[in-house]
Design a protein around this ligand. Sequence first.
Ligand SMILES: C[S@@+](CC[C@H](N)C(=O)[O-])C[C@H]1O[C@@H](n2cnc3c(N)ncnc32)[C@H](O)[C@@H]1O
Length: 190
Amino acid sequence: MDLIVILLALLLAIATIVYELYFIYALIISKNCKYPPAFPSFGNMKKITLTEARKVLNSAKKPLKVIDLGCGTGTLLLPLAKEFPEHEFVGYDWDWFVSKIIAFRCRKLKNVKIIRDNFMNADFKSYDLLLCFLDTKAADDLSLDLNGKLKKSAVVISSAFELKDMQPSEIIDAKSYGMPLKVYIYGKKD
Ligand SMILES: C[S@@+](CC[C@H](N)C(=O)[O-])C[C@H]1O[C@@H](n2cnc3c(N)ncnc32)[C@H](O)[C@@H]1O
């Protein structure tokens, strides 16, 4: 019994150290919290984001290129990629751990590519559908970068954060667990 308790305590201590180390790593890569850490989309906001993305993908007359700017572990990208094998999906994330997890999760999907890099380096013009769930600062930086660099027909779906200086075509109420969240759609949806 004593041995089990010691082993459990040891496991807990190791898990805590690993988590702390990851926290420091996440703090460094997010430029001291200037950009958001890995945090999966959730609740109604996730449902609405997926529904809106499905509308775009279902109505496409040709294969589309989709990018998830900060794909995390694939909460949004993976269900869509599985459901729409005819479309091409690219996930950008600069977090090494998160990139490994999503790369493993989509190892059998031929229509997904994961790039471990700053998504600001992506060639925005080549995408038809852009997804993001960031934070205020990252969304502001991204909107500055996106403006004028998108395909005319591109649709951007931003969960929770409005993209500054871009006019949303629709704002959908996405209250989740009591939080007054919204999903912002930019560009034509059909
Ligand atoms: C809030 S999470 C969203 C994850 C996923 N898209 C979802 O909706 O569940 C934001 C992700 O963006 C990544 N990220 C933030 N800024 C980034 C940047 N400039 N380049 C690449 N990845 C970034 C973080 O590492 C994190 O995994």
